[in-house]
Design a protein around this ligand. Sequence first.
Ligand code: PNS
Length: 165
Amino acid sequence: MERIAIYPGSFDPVTNGHLDIIERGIQIFDKLIVVILKNPKKQFLFSPEERIEMLKTSLQDFPSVEVDTYDGLLVDYAAQRKAHAVLRGLRALSDFEYEFQMALMNRRLKREIQTVFLMTGMRWIYTSSSIIKEAAMFGGDVEGMVPPLVLARLREKFPILANPN
Ligand code: PNS
């Protein structure tokens, strides 16, 4: 039986921290579906189309990874795709409460879907899309923290990043 996991998130934009989790996730699961979902708590910098393009390009060397979007509940999507698990990365302490809450709500909504946490590599423990966007917005260099296409797209959004003083 094929073991399918869903790796959900906002991916606004995808970071090297996400790629680290994906690379380790595909060692556990036969197939990984990376899905962009709506997080009503967040305001987005990139459109869903831009986020898909960045994900697809960054993941083109991983044949067992698919990229998709869905407008609804994560557990409904997971059931539709016959997934056994939801994969999430855990960084420093700050993630814990939010992730716990989400995993327990998801379990309440659909008991048969398990949430699996992978601990982010030490290099990415304090990396997040939000902090990268904030640095980029004010011209902070984020090279090495995001895939090359994301860096190019950030430079387009924030000209100050492309032309540092
Ligand atoms: O990258 P993020 O923003 O931490 O990802 C959060 C996300 C998108 C996975 C979460 O907000 C989500 O699952 N949204 C879809 C609606 C849903 O099922 N919410 C969780 C149970 S209420």
